[in-house]
Design a protein around this ligand. Structure first.
Ligand code: PXL
Length: 296
């Protein structure tokens, strides 16, 4: 089979299936597909639910399947124009993931790593320092990384602060750069009570996007951000424009969800996905008026 054509953008995303909970693969696949990019998947693990807000979840780590899956892809000469990784099941997976990068990448290939492992100053329950170290190795192989502030702190050893100012963020970006991470889209960066945003540093070129902060936190919004970002970045939108569209989509998805007290485990992105896709395809990112560029 000639699966190695350059006609289409073809992403491979590697992250878990949380059967219930609207995160990781159950959001990446519909969002990336709706944005007209082919999305192949490699489930890193299968969990009954995600690990935030549920108790007693089941988890099957699929690390041991990865070598055989890779071997088959290599035998079929399957290549990808981009890789997007998120929540991985265990540190043992990371060498397999790096092997997949090296053996199945097309000549031109973007690698987007969301080091989905922590939030609000804490690692997710399944992870520890060994995982953080391996994740750093993965990040060093990325074209761009998409950490939140907590994840950036774990990667660098920088002290985590709940409240911070602009100089803290600049120092955190410097700390990432010192360990070789120069292309960073830092999410959840807000300097006032009513705003949040995204700080983007691409090879030293820094921009900040700011938007309304809705005072309600939902699980899975990081994965939704990363999925939109990835699809657009792979379609050659800049990191700045991809982040702008992604922040807008997250904000609109949250607005769809507030008011439904039975829906705290994720956001209702489904209703607005086709309209968003149409808007971006037809009018481009400049049609977004509610996420502002701010001089930093
Ligand atoms: O959204 C990140 C994520 C993905 N997958 C699983 C998780 C989490 C965050 O808690 O538990 C299984």
């Amino acid at each position: 089979m000639d699966y190695n054509s350059k006609i289409y953008n073809r992403i491979l995303t590697i992250q878990d299936i949380s059967c219930v909970g609207q995160c990781s693969l159950t959001v990446a696949l519909p969002i990336i597909s709706a944005l007209s990019v082919e999305c192949a998947i490699l489930p890193s693990a299968v969990l009954s639910t995600h690990t935030a807000g549920f108790t007693g979840w089941t988890c099957r780590d699929l690390a041991s399947d990865m070598p055989n899956i890779l071997q088959h892809w290599v035998s079929e000469n399957i290549k990808f124009n981009a890789f997007y990784t998120g929540y991985l099941g265990s540190p043992e997976q990371i060498p397999y993931v790096l092997d997949i990068f090296s053996k199945t990448s097309a000549t031109e290939c973007k690698i987007i790593v969301d080091p989905a492992m922590a939030d609000n100053g804490k690692l997710y329950p399944a992870f520890n320092d060994v995982y953080v170290k391996k994740m750093l190795e993965l990040c060093r192989n990325a074209s761009v990384i998409l950490p939140n502030i907590t994840e950036a702190c774990f990667l660098t050893g920088f002290h985590y602060k709940e409240k911070y100012d602009k100089s803290y963020v600049l120092h955190l970006i410097d700390a990432l750069s010192e360990i070789g991470l120069n292309n960073v889209v830092l999410t959840g960066v807000g300097f006032t009570e009513n705003t949040t945003g995204v700080f983007i540093s691409i090879n030293g070129n820094k921009t900040y996007l700011c938007h309304e902060r809705i005072n309600q936190s939902y699980h899975g919004t990081g994965d939704i951000f990363s999925s939109v970002f990835t699809a657009l970045y792979v379609k050659d939108f800049s990191a700045h424009d991809s982040a702008k569209a992604a922040a807008y989509f997250v904000m609109e998805s949250i607005k769809e969800t507030i008011g439904d007290s039975n829906h705290s485990y994720g956001v209702k992105f489904e209703k607005i996905l086709s309209e968003f896709s149409y808007k971006i395809n037809k009018e481009g990112v400049n049609s977004i008026k509610t996420v502002y560029d701010q001089i930093f």
